[in-house]
Design a protein around this ligand. Structure first.
Ligand SMILES: Nc1ncnc2c1ncn2[C@@H]1O[C@H](COP(=O)(O)OP(=O)(O)O)[C@@H](O)[C@H]1O
Ligand SMILES: [Mg+2]
Ligand SMILES: [Zn+2]
Length: 270
């Protein structure tokens, strides 16, 4: 149970145990004397809540609903292929914890894109320059406005499809979700080897999204090679309203402390 759940259950059952009139009478500093209610069935008095308590419970309930919604959207963003393909730790990557001065142009563009996602955003450049971080920050930022997105790395997307094929399961659900999400993020598009099958999958997804005017954000190490991975037809569709931002410079990972623990689950408060 998280602290919000605890606060809510405490409030809900606060009246239990009131017996005599004196025990069940109390004074609120704002509302004044709060008289109890007599319960003729057992002859007990029941403590009554004042308006401040009712308002506070409403506030907690609203906060809880928002927290639940955030968790739901985080799962939809990072676990839409199933728990086995989770990218849950990316919930922690935000614009606030990105050092903007290291990649000012990319940071500004990503922020702008997050304000009103449209067209295609391409972050391209060296390893460790913050491409994945900024893509996740976009998803997490729009999540605060209750807009869902699907984040996936290209290798995971194809492994998940491959797994479905292996078990003779239909993989059209994956294509459907990827084609219709309010925002689709494909990270490391150049890390899944090119093949005719993969080009077809990209085509199905991107063609549908282009027709619907739905935005997409991708990352790749080399923009020049994009057509090799997604195919010419997809590359041309991705050029509609494209903003391509180079991200070069030192690998940020070089100066980082090792991270302890394993996978961070998606839970309340994030
Ligand atoms: N400018 C930055 N500010 C804060 N953290 C950063 C920055 N750039 C990269 N990182 C961190 O460095 C690590 C590698 O960055 P990542 O986004 O995975 O790089 P890329 O996707 O470009 O290879 C991540 O933990 C990321 O959060
Ligand atoms: Mg990356
Ligand atoms: Zn009160």
């Amino acid at each position: 149970m998280n602290s919000l759940d605890q606060a809510l259950s405490h409030k809900r059952f606060a009246w239990i145990g009131s017996e005599t009139k004196a025990e069940a009478t109390w004074v609120c500093q704002t509302c004044g004397l709060i008289e109890p209610k007599f319960w003729p069935i057992n002859g007990h008095y029941i403590r009554q809540r004042c308006q401040c308590e009712i308002d506070e419970e409403q506030r907690l309930l609203k906060e809880k609903r928002r927290q639940d919604e955030m968790i739901f959207l985080a799962r939809r963003t990072y676990e839409w292929l199933g728990r086995g393909w989770s990218d849950a730790p990316l919930v922690q990557k935000t614009f606030e914890n990105f050092r903007a001065e290291r990649q000012q142009d990319a940071y500004d563009m990503a922020r702008m894109f997050a304000l009103e996602p449209q067209g295609t955003l391409v972050l391209h450049g060296n390893y460790g320059t913050g491409k994945t971080h900024l893509l996740a920050a976009i998803c997490n930022e729009i999540r605060l406005r209750l807009i869902g997105s699907h984040f996936v790395t290209a290798p995971k997307l194809f492994k998940a499809i491959q797994e479905k094929i292996q078990y003779n399961e239909d993989y059209n659900g994956i294509i459907h979700y990827a084609s219709h999400a309010p925002l689709l993020v494909i990270d490391d598009i150049d890390k899944a080897k090119a093949s005719e099958f993969r080009e077809e999958i990209y085509f199905e997804i991107i063609d549908e999204r282009t027709k619907r005017g739905l935005p997409i954000a991708i990352s790749t190490n080399r923009l020049e090679d994009l057509a090799n991975y997604v195919g010419g037809a997809v590359c041309s569709r991705l050029s509609i309203g494209q903003i391509a931002v180079p991200m070069n410079g030192a690998d940020f990972r070089m100066g980082m402390e090792p991270v302890e623990g394993t996978i961070t689950p998606i839970r309340g408060g994030n």
